[in-house]
Design a protein around this ligand. Structure first.
Ligand code: GLV
Length: 323
């Protein structure tokens, strides 16, 4: 029987790639940077399956360029805001993603950012590199205590909930808002339900864990930042465009909030000479929430399983949820 043709838009861990290669005629994009959109459109012509990354724009035009035989799109990520789901649905193409396995790693990273912001870790490292560590000083690099402080979690899904679990261990009071959960469900997940406005006003730490949707784009804008405490630390490990980076830079410069600790930015990647990077009170890492060895292996395995199930015409083990 003819083996299905697939395109894999980057080299992924062998835990998934080997399975795909064993079952399919596989072309893997070999470069470090993603294929440009026009190149991807050419590469998918005639494929039966596509394994893609969050850096690929997957829209109706690309699906049509692939052709009517395209029967599965498998993304190696939990988020899928780069994929036009309505276009996939219209064409009857199932879309898979990799939820669950990256929850703990991403919450670990979010909590690392929270701690790094609270205790000014990056500033401390820079302080030594700048040759400023001359003595122990009573009032230098003072940060914020976690114990007894309030953490506001925006979006109490899997990762938000894992963040709440970590925060409990550090004796933080946890408040949360989530448009799809009832107050009861929020309490069941270990947080006190509040409206977004109250969350912003009350929190010493605000951590964003919501998907990027038209409703959440620039959810953290100038008004939201103005509502936050001047001592607050903002953590974003979800998607860059949820935070208006221009407004954030202004808020940090004006001392409207104390620190921003980000795993994601808009634009992403952020240029090395972006002015926000010259501020002392930002900690930015390059979208590494799920970047642990075990987690990436598991993501690759799930992405391969989704792809192969779709090629066989079976339900995907991890299809993106229907609206
Ligand atoms: C990473 O950001 C993911 O969505 O998996």
């Amino acid at each position: 029987m003819k083996r299905p043709r697939v395109f894999v838009s980057r080299v992924i861990p062998a835990a998934g790639l080997v399975k795909v290669q064993a079952a399919c005629e596989t072309e893997v994009w070999p470069e470090r940077l993603p294929p440009p959109y026009d190149v991807l459109r050419e590469k998918v012509r005639g494929v039966d399956g596509l394994l893609c990354l969050l850096t690929d724009r997957i829209d109706g035009e690309l699906m049509d360029a692939a052709g009517p035989q395209l029967r599965v799109i498998s993304q190696i990520a939990v988020g899928y805001d780069n994929i036009d789901l309505a276009a996939a649905r219209q064409r009857g193409i199932p879309v898979g993603h990799t939820p669950g396995v990256l929850t703990e790693a991403t919450a670990d990273l979010a909590f690392t950012l929270l701690l790094a912001g609270a205790r000014r870790i990056v500033e401390g490292v820079q302080y030594i590199r700048d040759g400023k560590w001359d003595t122990w000083e009573p009032e230098t690099l003072l940060g914020a205590d976690l114990s007894g402080a309030t953490l506001g979690i925006i979006g109490l899904g899997r990762i938000g909930q894992a963040m709440a679990q970590r925060a409990g261990g550090f004796n933080l009071r946890i408040i949360a808002c989530d448009p799809v959960l009832s107050d009861e469900e929020i309490r069941g997940r270990g947080a006190e339900p509040v409206e977004l406005e109250d969350l912003l006003r009350q929190s010493d730490f605000v951590s964003v864990h919501t998907p990027l949707t038209p409703e959440t784009r620039h959810l953290i804008n100038a008004d939201a930042l103005a509502a936050m405490k001047p001592t607050a630390v903002l953590v974003n490990s979800a998607r860059g465009p949820i935070v208006d980076l221009v407004a954030l830079e202004a808020a940090l410069r004006q001392g409207q909030i104390a620190h921003a600790a980000l795993d994601v930015t808009d634009p992403e990647p952020i240029a090395a000479d972006h002015p926000i990077l010259s501020l002392p009170n930002v900690t930015i890492v390059p979208h590494i929430g799920s970047a642990s060895v075990r987690t990436r292996d598991q993501m690759a395995g799930i992405a391969a399983n989704n792809l192969l199930a779709g090629l066989r015409g079976e339900p995907l083990p991890h299809a993106v949820p229907a609206d």
